[in-house]
Design a protein around this ligand. Structure first.
Ligand code: ADP
Ligand code: MG
Length: 344
């Protein structure tokens, strides 16, 4: 296969690109900023993220992927052109891309995404399921005949899947993830502290002191917003306990979804899961004590993957090392020549 091989995780929060032999070369927020009047692109990725929540009327910030869906294909294509160009420059051979798309993308949309990658500069493109890549990135082998339970807590969705022999046996996706936690932290400060804080601040607080249990040594951080009544600037203290109380009911719902998925999983695979445990990936796995929370709920081993937000991209790296295995498992690369063929 000529041309660089690139794995791209199209996440709600970040776009992460893993280049074969070179590792992760792009890890930038999934944001693009346009001029409101002439719709020219003003910033993409990290630069655009700095403007989020602060754009004047003349600029519009767009997050093309939200709540597990691709909302804006044009914006995504502009982002892909930019990132592919950033990685490949003016190389003669176009790259081959394996991408992961949000879990709610259906088969027709997957074809649209592969075609979008081709129009953005790929020679050939293929899409694989996100939980499969997350499992590979967390160390599960593509050939492992045993069942593994993966819970990927991202920005827009939590994806739950049972993986076996390099395939997704059963999966589900719930709209409760990092962004839900941030929204609830904002709601909490308004309700309990009469203070309005922005989502970016809420996310920072979550990362600094977020916990899924009562910590022995409580953590605290100050956050700045404005008073709900007077609208004057106001600084408040938020603790790990506050964050736990905010997110507890959401973790409960994720627990119920995992239980429901297990209730529909084949008994032999469930037996494997009890033995192998559950793996948490995605940025949400960084929340302090989240493994303890789920271990208490399920009674079997639960562990967080290393560098959880990079598991999908690292899993794509595993696939790039042995690209034949994709074809053996039924995944098909599309090229420019296939673009007018809409058969799925
Ligand atoms: P996606 O795949 O949807 O792009 P990620 O797997 O990158 O999402 O996870 C992003 C989510 O993880 C965001 O909501 C972010 O706030 C959250 N996150 C990242 N780091 C931490 C952390 N240290 N503590 C709590 N949440 C975190
Ligand atoms: Mg993800």
């Amino acid at each position: 296969m000529l041309g660089t091989k690139i794995g791209i995780d199209l996440g709600t929060t970040s776009i992460i690109a893993n280049v074969d032999g070179k590792g992760i070369k792009i890890n930038e927020p999934s944001v693009i900023v346009y001029d409101t009047f002439d719709e020219k692109v003003k910033a993409i990725g990290s630069e655009a993220y700095k403007m989020l929540g602060k754009t004047p009327d003349s600029l519009t910030a767009v997050c093309p992927i939200r709540d597990g869906y691709i909302f804006d294909y044009d914006a995504l294509e502009q982002m892909m052109c930019y990132f592919i160009q950033k990685i490949c420059g003016n190389r003669i051979f176009k790259p081959n891309i394996v991408a992961c798309v949000p879990s709610k993308t259906n088969d027709i949309e997957k074809v649209t995404v592969t075609d979008l990658l081709i129009s953005s500069g790929a020679a050939r493109a293929c899409v694989i399921e996100e939980p499969l890549a997350a499992a590979l990135g967390a160390g599960v082998s593509m050939k492992d005949p045993e069942g593994h339970l993966i819970v990927d807590i991202g920005g827009g969705t939590t994806d739950i899947a049972v993986i076996t022999r390099g395939c997704v046996s059963i999966s589900d996706s719930v709209d409760i993830a990092g962004n839900t936690f941030d929204d609830d932290i904002c709601r909490f400060t308004r309700r309990e502290r009469d203070t309005i804080i922005g989502n970016i601040t809420a996310e920072k607080v979550k990362k600094q002191v977020g916990a899924a249990k009562f910590l022995d040594a409580e953590l605290a951080v100050r956050a700045v917003g404005k008073d709900y009544i007077t609208k004057f600037p106001k600084s408040i203290e938020l603790t790990s306990t506050d964050i736990f109380l905010c997110i507890r009911e959401h973790l409960e719902k994720i627990t119920d979804s995992v239980k429901y998925l297990l209730s529909r999983t084949q008994p032999e695979l469930v037996a494997d899961i009890i033995k192998n445990g559950m793996i948490i990936t995605g940025g949400g796995a960084n929340i302090r004590g989240i493994d303890d929370y789920f271990r208490d709920k399920f009674g079997f081993n639960v562990y967080c993957a290393d560098l959880p937000e990079c598991c999908v991209a690292n899993g794509l790296g595993v696939v790039l090392d042995d690209i034949k295995i994709l074809e053996e498992n039924g995944y098909v690369f599309r090229s420019y020549a296939d673009m007018n063929d809409f058969e799925v």
